[in-house]
Design a protein around this ligand. Structure first.
Ligand code: SF4
Ligand code: SF4
Length: 103
């Protein structure tokens, strides 16, 4: 199975350094009271379900697929890890960029 089977990137170069803006010197500055929910673009979504499977594998079960095979977020379970964003082959999931108080 190719390394990027569950990742939107086509090459390592696309990923290298992508998280550098989020690196801090220590954990004292981590914001633990809010989460940033993923945002789904239903026009781009092909209904593969990878987001739902990865979220479940991560232990959160925050995404269910509806009867049209489109993801539906349960905000009470989402922790904002954005694993779903990484695995979407269509780049149909992005960060909402809106901080929400942790449920
Ligand atoms: S951000 Fe994490 S917890 Fe929230 S829906 Fe995506 S994979 Fe699940
Ligand atoms: S991973 Fe992307 S394309 Fe697949 S169901 Fe989720 S949002 Fe849709």
């Amino acid at each position: 199975m190719p390394w990027n089977t569950f990742c939107w990137a086509h090459s390592i170069e696309e990923i290298r350094g992508a998280a550098l803006d989020y690196v801090s010197e220590n954990t004292d500055v981590l914001e633990r009271d809010t989460v940033i929910f993923p945002k789904f673009n239903r026009d781009k979504c092909i209904g593969c379900g990878r987001c739902s499977v990865s979220c479940a594998d991560g232990g959160h079960q925050a995404i269910r697929m509806n009867e049209d095979r489109r993801p539906v977020l349960n905000g009470k379970k989402c922790v904002g890890c954005h694993l779903c964003v990484l695995v979407c082959p269509q780049r149909a999931i992005s960060s909402s960029r809106k901080r929400i108080a942790k449920p």
